[in-house]
Write a protein that binds this ligand. Structure first.
Ligand SMILES: *Cc1c(COP(=O)(O)O)cnc(C)c1O
Length: 404
């Protein structure tokens, strides 16, 4: 099929929730490069939105998936399967003692976290159900996670949403303090708001929220769907802050592209779930778990984390250099290989991302007119240099047009 035919069939047969998409159809990739149907090469600074951490065509990952597929793709959770328990054990060790439940996506992982928090207090006979989350957050597309996602545009069409959610301004201790009441079960936060435009939590804010949670018998949940799995240069981003959540969630990078999500909790919280309380048909299937075992065994090696941090510093320095040179760059944010460059209102970030795509670079514009970079960890410094040169040209051009 040629691209025009694909676009027509998409329009006729696929629900119109993504369209019009970028008119590109990728067929394969290698390292951090993607190839479209017409043979054009693109350097990928998005990684399927922080998913493809090992990049494309990784032989080890492909072999892990293929060899598991030859043995056993799925088996019901009425039985044990070895890749699942191996992955649970690996995550327990990496996290310093959290027990896990596996599902298939980030939204599902957050659903599990919300249910677990409520069940924890239900078991104690306490009427604590309210979940406080932040404005400008993103927690998924299911009804409950849309209720938790503090963005009006995602919520309005689906009213009435499940009750018991409250969205408050991010990075405001006072807002959390005022929102916590006798019915509050949990505070749910991203340590860096990825979709919201790579907005970092203030370390003092997280520390204060942690203290407020402890004081008020409220659980702290971190949504690490985007920030987890080494994306920020530590295995889990909460390690940057020295704060242990009671519950946290993973998905995106965990399977290197194979769908898998996880809800993790400290054992005394995790044990609030009893047989039958929660479940998943596909969650924890041997195929996805074999992929995740391979991914984690690779990306959590000290030399791999070191490499992520080296590239992060290199990348961030180059972005800061752009900021020092161009007024149109108002901020550079992020950690590890989740970086954001905020543009002033004079420049349309979405248009700039589109132009970059035409020049062979996949970037994306998230909230607050912020270009978001979440490349595969296999990105090279040379590829970063290439992006920076193009960004510089585009920002310069856009600045000049803007001042006309
Ligand atoms: C992407 C994302 C989700 C939703 O994940 P899905 O797999 O699309 O359900 C939830 N939380 C955060 C922080 C995310 O970035």
């Amino acid at each position: 099929m040629i691209i025009n035919e694909i676009i027509e069939n998409d329009k006729a047969h696929y629900m119109n929730i993504f369209g019009p998409r970028t008119p590109l159809c990728f067929t394969h990739g290698a390292g951090a490069k993607l190839y479209a149907q017409d043979g054009q090469e693109y350097i990928d600074f998005l990684a399927g939105i922080a998913v493809n951490c090992l990049g494309y065509g990784d032989e080890g990952l492909a072999n892990a998936i293929a060899s598991q597929a030859q043995k056993l793709i799925h088996c019901s959770n009425l039985f044990y399967n070895q890749p699942q328990i191996e992955l649970a054990t690996r995550l327990f060790e990496l996290s310093g003692g959290y027990k896990v439940f596996f599902c298939n996506s980030g939204a599902e992982a957050n659903e599990g976290a919300i249910k677990l928090a409520r069940k924890y207090f239900y078991n104690q006979g306490k009427p604590k159900y309210q979940i406080i989350s932040a404005q400008n957050s993103f927690h998924g597309r299911t009804l409950a996670t849309v209720a938790a996602t503090g963005q009006e545009k995602y919520q309005a069409p689906y009213a009435p949403l499940p009750g018991g959610f409250k969205n408050v301004p991010y990075n405001s201790v006072e807002a959390i303090e005022n929102a916590i009441c006798a019915n509050t079960a949990a505070v749910l936060l991203e340590t860096i708001q990825g979709e919201g435009g790579v907005i970092e939590a203030d370390p003092d804010y997280l520390a204060a929220v942690k203290r407020l949670c402890e004081k008020n018998d409220v659980l702290l949940i971190f949504d690490e769907v985007q920030t987890g799995c080494c994306r920020t240069g530590k295995v889990f981003s909460f390690e940057h802050f020295g704060i242990q959540p009671d519950i946290f969630t993973l998905a995106k990078g965990l399977g290197g592209g194979v769908p898998i999500g996880a809800t993790l909790a400290l054992p005394h919280v995790a044990d609030a779930f009893s047989p039958g309380d929660h479940g998943s048909t596909f969650g924890g299937n041997p195929l996805a778990c074999a992929a995740a075992n391979y991914v984690l065994s690779t990306i959590t090696k000290p030399e791999s984390l070191q490499d992520i941090n080296d590239k992060s510093e290199y990348f961030k320095t180059a972005l800061m250099h752009l900021k020092s040179k161009y007024k149109a760059v108002v901020d550079v944010r992020g950690k590890g290989l989740l970086l954001g460059l905020e543009l002033s209102g004079d420049i349309n970030g979405k248009e700039l991302a589109k132009t970059a795509c035409g020049k062979g670079f996949i970037i994306n514009c998230a909230g607050h007119n912020t270009l978001r970079f979440a490349p595969p960890f296999v990105i090279t410094k040379k590829e970063i240099d290439a992006l920076i040169s193009v960004l510089e040209i585009l920002i310069k051009e856009a600045s000049e047009n803007g001042s006309n």
